[in-house]
Design a protein around this ligand. Sequence first.
Ligand SMILES: [Zn+2]
Length: 122
Amino acid sequence: MIPLCHRIKSDGKRCGSPAMRKTSFCYFHSRPRRKPKARPIPPAWPLKLPQLDDHTAIRLALTQVFNALSSSAIDAQQAGRYLTGLQLATRLLDSQTPKLRPPRPHLPRSRRRPSLDQPAGK
Ligand SMILES: [Zn+2]
C-alpha cells in the first residue's frame, strides 16, 4: 500500500497524493513554505516635513507624523520627538504673531449709549 500525504487542505479534505519516501507528505507539501516577502518600509526617518512657518504647515506636518506613526514607519519615540518640535514651533509662531484687537465699532454720536455719569435725557 502506498502511503498518502497527511496534509489537510483548506477545504478540510486530505491531500491524497502519494507521500515521498520517509516522509508523511507529498512532494508539493514537503517543500519548505515560502514566507510572503515583507514589504520594505521606505526609510522615513527623518520625515520630510514642510517649513514650519505658519499654522497650516504645522497642521500638515502633524498629519504626516500621525500617518507615519499609524503606518509604523516611525515608532512612538520618534513621533514624540516630532510632536515636541511641532509644539515648540507652534509656541514660537504664536509668540511672534501680534495679537490683534478686534476693531471698535464706530457708532455715530447719537447712537452711543448714554454715559452712566450723565443724567438720562441730556
Ligand atoms: Zn500533499
